[in-house]
Design a protein around this ligand. Sequence first.
Ligand code: SAH
Length: 356
Amino acid sequence: MSPLGRVLARQIAAGGPITVADYMAACLTHPEHGYYVGRDPLGKAGDFTTAPEISQMFGELIGLALAQAWIDQGRPDPFTLAELGPGRGTLMADLGRATATVPGFRAAARLWLLEASPVLKARQGKMLPGSAATWIAQIDALPQQPLFLIANEFFDALPVRQFQRGPGGWHERMVTLDAQGALAFARAPAGPVPGPPPPAGVPDGTVIERRAAADPIVTAVAERIARHGGAALIVDYGAWGGIGDTLQAVKDHQPADPLAEPGQADLTAHVDFAALAAAARQAGAAVASLTPQGVFLERLGITERARALARNLTGAARSSHVAAHRRLTHPDEMGTLFQVLGLHAVGTPPPPGCAA
Ligand code: SAH
């Protein structure tokens, strides 16, 4: 068993089963053994890769979209340029390069980064030299001023609770110990489900997920946008609503058993964009329609950008560039699995790439 597995087994033996959300939070951000606390999980040598690591085009186009939204809203100065879960800092570095020629953008921007991992924070610092970023651990620390924000593959790492339909109602799915002392899933007695009413008429065994940790984050972002102006692009895998057990572990670029090695594998669950949109609207922001990543990037001109970059490439570099373009946009790859939710101030146009 992994070191965190032993910690959790002791905790469960003493205090009883824990929720899937508590399990996920411990796996990802336990102060000593959490997956994100002690490692850089990204890239070929890591466990998984992300859009900004696949191609510079992703961060460039996000940057130009946010800069256009900033222009559309009257070029507020100063404004917060924020990223949630910036990983290696690659997206922000590409964004910075692409927006360097937008008059006034850089001078007005104050960079704020929300990051839980000390290892990734150090990497971001190296990747963004001289950019005077402020790192925060809590969203409420974001200043009260216009906010232009990107979050790519951030919300999927926030813990979810799971509830399973049984004959007696909805049972919370728990993590417990089996007879051999190994971690195992179990069902709590039927009880209430937090958040929106669970779907009616679904078959026994159906699992639904609730991500309470996302609400205060979306609320804080949307409140600032509503009050001071701004826009946010939330990119992740998931759907509008959605049903089912989407908890997944990934290690060495392969699916893994979520209970096998707590703290040693990445753990995510799909994002329910309807829940994020509801929280954003409640806090007073306008919400654009959910857009597949492929459509979003095409609208922002990824094909023209890909062609321009291809002109200077030959051989293997050119093939890998063509493959990266396809990977980001094609419906069989990340093009429809990943979706983009745009938030903006009421009365302003939706962020470029998104439609009202
Ligand atoms: N956006 C980056 C990294 C995605 S991985 C990219 O696209 O490459 C998820 C990121 O969110 C990491 O930087 C991780 O450390 C951070 N993260 C995960 N849970 C977090 C939490 N609860 N609070 C703050 N940051 C968190």
